[in-house]
Design a protein around this ligand. Structure first.
Ligand code: AMP
Ligand code: GLY
Length: 421
């Protein structure tokens, strides 16, 4: 098969690494990819949001399957455009991707099928949102931009002043552009957070798996939100009861509801969950694999990812098609100092040749310079993953290699998968 993979992060390097193991793969193209994907296929100089260029390439090269990593092209309708051109593609159509691209749509779906989530109200006018805040008696409360804001459009507000300032940033200053035209104010959920995933063809779903992501930049979950600074799987609180509850109360109602009332959801459903004292509640839905969750989960996938993606795209998925290992998996993200605010790039990465082969290195913000050196090219630069029979060993193996890597201003959290017992 000739496969086109869309995206350039650590998630896409992990997808490329997994696809590369399939005996069915003939040729892999990555648009645009990074220095890591370059050794697994052919990187293309096409942006992951340039749907016309991606379509032309897929037509010219007779691509058998396109796999989409990030949310932006899904929200813009890449699956609709490819499907009309009869090109098989893995991921939801734009109308189904609204589960991620519109928080108010996701809330409407959850209300309709009684899916447990934080109570909320949405607003189109800043003054109405402020009036609502004036009536709130208990904090924290959560203020969110309705649209896609790269994980940064969420404010956990401890008092009225913080909430008013969040409303101003989102709706008046428009720091997230049109993603902030509508705003959601919701109940603060307290508990253990985890990211749950299923593959689906719109009807059948695979067994549910989960990972914990470390979203804040600082140790002890301090500082601003990032795309994710590390992850581990399975979550230490993961058990059959939680799995069954998420499957029966969340995943199945959403997949069935989307198919019956809106647009069938195909691809990967990612449910961001809070496990509260009253049971699991949905924080948000995403319409794709997570980053860095993918870097911990795909090394645990026993099945051929190409088979799974084809079955999801063709509507022939069987639950038994997707098998997972029960091992422990940890990923440490190494980032450019300064991220998620401003940081410098172009620094030579050393130490990659000194690793002992027990870890997998997934590149994210990397590229090569004209001399062929791997250099930094983004905020999150690499993730270092280890799989083991137990979490302690997976963690110490991943950290041992992460600490052998060096570039100017390198930063990592030292508490990934720590204190989880
Ligand atoms: P999101 O962009 O919706 O994933 O939100 C980013 C992060 O904010 C989540 O991963 C949670 O850690 C936190 N968050 C979002 N909504 C809530 C909520 N209702 N209660 C508590 N934390 C939340
Ligand atoms: N790591 C969270 C996400 O991919 O949205």
């Amino acid at each position: 098969m000739k496969v086109l993979l869309v995206g350039s992060g650590g998630r896409e390097h992990a997808i490329a690494w997994k696809i590369k193991q399939s005996p069915k793969l003939d040729k892999l193209y990555i648009a645009p990819g990074n220095a890591g994907t370059q050794s697994l296929g052919i990187n293309l100089n096409i942006s992951d949001t340039d749907i016309d260029a991606l379509l032309n390439f897929a037509k010219e090269r007779d691509i058998d399957l396109t796999i989409v990593g990030p949310e932006a092209p899904l929200a813009s309708g890449i699956v609709d455009v490819f499907s009309e051109a009869k090109l098989p593609i893995f991921g939801p159509r734009a109308a189904a991707a609204r589960l991620e691209s519109s928080k108010s749509f996701a809330k409407k779906v959850m209300k309709k099928w009684d899916i447990p989530t934080a109570s909320y109200t949405s607003f189109d006018e800043p003054l109405e949102a402020i009036a609502y805040i004036d009536d709130i008696s208990s904090f924290p409360t959560v203020v969110k931009a309705d649209g896609l804001a790269a994980g940064k459009g969420v404010y956990i507000c401890q008092n009225r002043l913080e909430a008013v300032s969040a409303i101003n940033e989102i709706m008046v200053e428009k720091v997230f552009g049109t993603a902030g035209t509508t705003l959601v104010i919701e109940e603060f959920l307290d508990g253990w957070e985890l990211s749950a995933f299923v593959f689906t063809d719109g009807k059948s779903v695979s067994e549910i798996v989960a990972a914990c992501d470390y979203k804040r930049i600082g140790e002890g979950d301090t500082g601003p939100n990032t795309g994710g600074m590390g992850a581990y799987s399975p979550p230490h609180i993961w058990n059959q009861k939680i799995k069954d509850e998420i499957m029966n109360l969340v995943v199945k109602p959403v997949i069935d509801g989307m198919r019956k009332e809106y647009e069938a959801f195909t691809g990967t459903l990612f449910a961001g969950m809070m496990i509260t004292k009253d049971g699991p509640k949905v924080i948000e839905f995403n319409c794709r694999l997570g980053d860095p969750e993918t870097q911990v989960l795909l090394p645990l996938l026993k099945s051929d990812l190409l088979d799974v993606a084809v079955a999801c795209a063709n509507g022939t998925l069987k639950t038994s098609d997707v098998e997972w290992s029960t091992d422990a998996s940890v990923a440490i993200v190494v980032a450019s100092g300064g991220y998620p605010n401003s940081y410098s790039t172009g620094h030579k990465i050393s130490g990659l040749g000194n690793l002992d082969g027990k870890t997998k290195i997934f590149h994210a913000g990397t590229t090569t310079n004209p001399e062929g050196d791997v250099i930094t090219n983004g905020g999150r630069v690499l993730s270092i993953n280890a799989v083991s029979e137990n979490m302690e060993l997976a963690k110490s193996t991943a950290y041992a290699d992460a600490r052998k890597i060096f570039f100017k201003d390198i930063y990592m959290r030292n508490d990934i998968a720590k204190d989880i017992g």
